[in-house]
Design a protein around this ligand. Structure first.
Ligand code: LFR
Length: 450
């Protein structure tokens, strides 16, 4: 038996509605609609164009035609505030906005970083929801807000009228207790926030509501949670890199790692589908390259990588974890400075610098994840757009000294669809069973370490 499902997947630069025909040994994926996601900067703030995105979702669902259910995922941490009559208060702010500059330091005076890690298990990223709210809590919008909805939950609310907080994404806010998997009211209160803002947590596979006669189903609504479902691993001893705008590098665990060493290495324990822990670190990913390409007028990526592969290897490596690379704009300038290169360094040279640096950062994160968790891996899966980048895949295999299995590029949409298909009874079993369907149906390219 096969059925059709729609996956709404919003990424940092585009949104898509994918239709998947899914059965126990079949997945046929088609892109119903793709639309640009262009953040808007006003004189003060960098915003998401949330209504433009919602329009894209509606158009996409229309083009998708009749489906069994709809699942929505997007990037994490960002949210919209809803007022007493159910209207959105202002536009959601982009996590790369500067409003959180200096805020983590202020929050650390209210609650120590060590304590925060004990409760939430989350890596300290300046844009985590906790810091965005600390920056926003004196605003008029915050004062009148009745509910906070994360981006996929906001879109689901507009489709169905039902509100809630999907667990995997809620886990990225740094306001959820890693042990109870519920909002931490003591923490929320300590920060001077209102617990009543946070809607009940729901889990992947549960039904959210109805959109014109079609069920909307909760999936791993954090895109990375869906991407990890979409890793076509056979056994248990694998690392993954969900590689796109970010590289999310880590392991799937059953229990969080909350040691001091883990906190010091800034590893996160995000909630995964089926109660798993996504033990990983955010590595800057392909964002620096995407930003450079935007500045260079979008040259052909295949040509650029070919030219980069002819540059001298590992001659210029920068620390991509440096927050200096977080905001948009003048990326090439920041790279040139960090790498000590002349200001007229060629795109090929800068691309090589980014890819070499990324491969090194992948290696570091994979080694640390194993050390800190005590779990050993014998292969690295790269999923997402980065799986297409042959140079990066090979250099990652070389740096890690492990085989890299690249693909599927569409892991996030596939993870979204598989969770829906299981909820509909089309396929059965645990994550291993879902991944077996991927191994049967998806093309995977193997890179041996040199
Ligand atoms: C990837 C991602 C990361 C999250 C970042 C910001 O798309 O969801 O997992 O840390 O975006 O939300």
């Amino acid at each position: 038996m096969t059925k059709d499902f729609a996956a709404v997947d919003l990424g940092a630069s585009s949104g898509r509605v994918m239709v998947g025909r899914v059965g126990p040994s079949e997945i046929k994926l088609t892109e119903a609609h793709r639309f640009r996601n262009e953040p808007v900067r006003t004189n003060r703030t960098l915003y998401w164009d949330i209504l433009g995105l919602y329009r894209g979702v509606l158009e996409g669902l229309k083009k998708a035609g009749p489906v069994e259910s709809i699942g929505i995922d997007s990037w994490a941490v960002d949210y919209g505030l809803i007022d007493a009559i159910g209207e959105l208060l202002g536009n959601p702010v982009h996590y790369r906005d500067a409003r959180t500059d200096g805020v983590p330091e202020r929050v650390a005076e209210v609650i120590a970083d060590e304590r925060l890690y004990e409760i939430t298990g989350l890596q300290k990223l300046p844009f985590n929801t906790i810091y965005q709210l600390a920056a926003a809590k004196k605003s008029p919008q915050y004062e009148v807000a009745r509910q906070l909805l994360l981006i996929p939950d906001l879109l689901a609310y507009w489709l169905t009228g039902e509100s809630g907080a999907e667990y995997t994404n809620a886990s990225t806010t740094e306001l959820v207790d890693v042990r109870t998997r519920e909002w931490s009211s003591p923490l929320i209160e300590k920060l001077g926030l209102r617990p009543s803002l946070f809607p009940a947590i729901r889990h992947p596979g549960s039904v959210i509501g109805d959109f014109g006669g079609t069920r909307v189903v909760a999936v791993g609504s954090h895109d990375t949670a869906s991407a990890v479902v979409g890793v076509p691993a056979a056994g248990d001893n694998f690392a993954y890199i969900s590689c796109g705008t970010w590289s999310l590098v880590g392991l799937e665990l059953n229990e969080p790692v909350l040691s001091a060493a883990s906190r010091a290495a800034n590893f996160t324990n995000e909630g995964g589908v089926d109660g798993t822990i996504r033990y990983l670190r955010n590595v800057m990913g392909l964002w620096p390259l995407q930003e450079c390409m935007r500045e260079w007028g979008s040259p052909d990526i295949v040509e650029l990588l070919r030219a980069a592969s002819r540059e001298k290897p590992f001659a210029h490596v920068v620390d991509l974890d440096d927050p200096v690379f977080l905001p948009p704009g003048d990326m090439a300038g920041r790279l040139v400075k960090a790498a000590g290169l002349p200001s007229d360094a060629s795109p090929a040279l800068l691309t090589r610098c980014i890819v070499d640096s990324l491969a090194r950062a992948h290696k570091r994160a994979i080694e640390q994840a194993q050390e800190l968790s005590g779990k050993h891996v014998d292969a690295v899966h790269i999923v997402g757009g980065g799986a297409r980048n042959e140079l990066l895949c090979q250099l990652t295999a070389d740096a890690c000294g492990l085989p890299v299995l690249a693909g599927p590029v569409e892991a996030t949409a596939l993870g979204n669809l598989l969770v829906q298909a299981r909820a509909a009874g089309v396929i059965e079993g645990d994550l291993t069973a879902l991944r077996a369907v991927l191994r049967k149906t998806q093309q995977i390219v193997r890179y041996e370490p040199r």
